[in-house]
Design a binder for this molecule. Structure first.
Ligand code: AMP
Length: 191
């Protein structure tokens, strides 16, 4: 079973993906995590994307599609949770092609719905908590970058809602509920 978690930054995609990994043994593919890893290990690509990521803009389709392709080629039986990918229509088309080339398909697209005010509050809070715990704060978890990340979401990613709706893959979950209830609704949507 392969699923996409779709939603703006701060909607809870990462949190819910981690639960699905624990509960179902699925494999989480987060392009954000992969890009951050590339930066930490100092690869040429990591250095290239650093400034773009910190500003809150999207990196090129070519880079993230390449990262996903590498992972899918490794194969897995339990299924993938795509977290933060696809983020553009071009990426969505590429994912279809990659999956079908590997004899796989998409089971569902879970859209996590959260209002903008809550998103900004959650992200600012995530930064504060990290700082208080002495953990590194994401360079894009500040108010300026968050505004750009939200705008990128509305301009480039939100058209995917219509795209997956038309393909009859879209399931919408209220992401404002507590973590347990969101998880329960996702499980129900996957039956
Ligand atoms: P995330 O951890 O998913 O919030 O991603 C952090 C940042 O990585 C984003 O703001 C983008 O700069 C970049 N990024 C992650 N995934 C993608 C993607 N699928 N397409 C383009 N840029 C991405």
């Amino acid at each position: 079973m392969n699923i996409i978690l779709l939603g703006p930054p701060g909607a809870g995609k990462g949190t819910q993906a981690q639960r699905l990994v624990k509960e179902r043994g699925m494999v989480q593919l987060s392009t954000g995590d992969m890009l951050r890893e590339a930066r930490t290990s100092g690869t040429e690509m990591g250095q290239k994307v650093a400034a773009v990521m910190d500003s809150g803009q999207l990196v090129t389709d070519e880079i993230v599609i390449g990262l996903i392709e590498e992972k899918i080629r490794e194969g897995n039986t339990a299924g993938y949770i795509f977290d933060g990918f696809p983020r553009t229509l071009g990426q969505a088309d590429a994912l279809n092609e990659l999956l079908s080339r590997n004899g796989a398909q998409l089971e569902a697209v879970i859209q996590l719905e959260v209002d903008d005010e809550t998103l900004v509050a959650r992200i600012v809070n995530r930064a504060k908590e990290a700082e208080a715990a002495g953990q590194p704060v994401r360079a894009d978890d500040n108010e300026d970058s968050v505004k750009i990340r939200l705008m990128e979401y509305y301009k480039k990613t939100s058209p995917l809602i219509g795209y997956y709706y038309a393909r009859n893959d879209l399931r919408t979950v209220d992401g404002l509920q507590d973590v347990e209830k969101v998880a329960a609704d996702i499980s129900e949507a996957l039956v």
